[in-house]
Design a protein around this ligand. Structure first.
Ligand SMILES: [Zn+2]
Length: 334
């Protein structure tokens, strides 16, 4: 990482050394745009949701977090102009994403339009544009286009379907062209992280510039070590989603991996949001009381310290590793 490496955020580029503590996988809004356009009752108004989000993110900033990476790609209701409005009302930095989230099939738009006249996958062209030119209708306070700082894709229980494979390869190619790092969603218990690493490696991706997400959903240390030994960072990024593993179990996996010498490849987060229309009710939900932005600051860090993780290791996971990951964009294309 060089001093001058700039990280793209919703308020414009900032130095990699001013990110502070980073939660690498937090959404602001996860919504179904076509449903919301036609049935807007629960969402209410943009004004209300933006105010609510700014308040929650200000609380997170007050709890000592400087930056979130918001991996809300296409398929999750990405609308960056709204994120810019939230970012203007908080000191917290928000890194926004390009990429696409699907477990099975692509939207018909991409299914029918495979390649542009240049022979390049239309998805790759879109992702590269988000990274190099900026995202539609999103401008920071100085009027500069807001650019994506991370590329997101997903592989879940259905595995590497034809459309999922095309998505992973389109993301890998956008990464190789721009240097922008990759973060993923996986289904940990079916070992989807290894499928992703295989495809990224086939595409020539440096696996150290990839966060394999949702690895914290399993306590299978053998699986996690196989991913780690190929160089990727792993996302211990669903603290509060107790249905997969409890906080106690997630803490003991992180502590065990720190003991085994993997601290430089671990990052922490909740995969929480201010509002998610997939689930009835406001966050935090009664069924998942710990699934909110403050759980790591309030509960997880003290629990990690009690489990023998050092202050320095906490800093490595929350500051050093995310900064190295985001700043790898400065290492450029290849
Ligand atoms: Zn997520």
């Amino acid at each position: 990482m060089t001093q001058e490496t700039q990280i793209e955020t919703a308020r414009g580029p900032i130095g990699a050394d001013s990110l502070g503590r980073v939660l690498v996988h937090e959404h602001v809004f996860v919504i179904s745009p076509e449903i919301q356009m036609n049935y807007p009752e629960e969402w209410g108004s943009d004004e209300f949701r933006i105010d609510d989000a700014a308040q929650r993110l200000n609380e997170l900033h007050a709890a000592g977090i400087g930056t979130i990476i918001d991996p809300t790609a296409l398929g999750l209701g990405r609308y960056v102009p709204r994120i810019v409005e939230v970012a203007e009302r908080t000191e917290l930095n928000i890194v926004v994403a390009t990429g696409l989230y699907t477990f099975n099939e692509l939207p018909h738009y991409y299914r029918r339009r495979q390649h542009g006249s240049d022979g390049v996958d239309v998805m790759t062209t879109h992702f590269v544009r988000d990274i190099t030119e900026g995202i539609a209708d999103a401008f920071d306070t100085s009027g500069r286009p807001v650019r994506a700082g991370v590329i997101k894709c997903a592989t879940d229980l259905p595995g590497v379907t034809e459309d999922v494979a095309r998505t992973l390869r389109a993301c890998a190619r956008a990464h190789r062209e721009t240097g922008c790092p990759i973060t993923t969603h996986t289904h940990a218990r079916s070992e989807r992280g290894l499928d992703q690493q295989r495809i990224f490696a086939e595409e020539g991706v440096d696996l150290s510039r990839v966060i394999i997400g949702h690895c914290g959903d399993t306590d299978d240390l053998d699986y996690l070590q196989r991913i780690l030994d190929q160089g990727s960072i792993i996302g211990m990024d669903r603290f509060g989603i107790d249905g997969y593993l409890t906080t106690e179990q997630r803490v003991s996996v992180v502590a065990a991996l720190c003991q085994r010498g993997y601290v430089e490849q671990l990052v922490l987060s909740h995969d929480a949001s201010c509002y998610i229309d997939w689930i009835v009710g406001e966050v935090p939900l009664g069924t998942l009381p710990n699934w909110h932005y403050l759980h790591i600051s309030q509960d997880v860090v003290p629990a990690l310290l009690a489990a023998g993780v050092t202050d320095q290791q906490i800093d490595t996971m929350l500051v050093g590793n995310p900064a190295r990951f985001l700043a790898s964009v400065g290492a450029g294309a290849y």
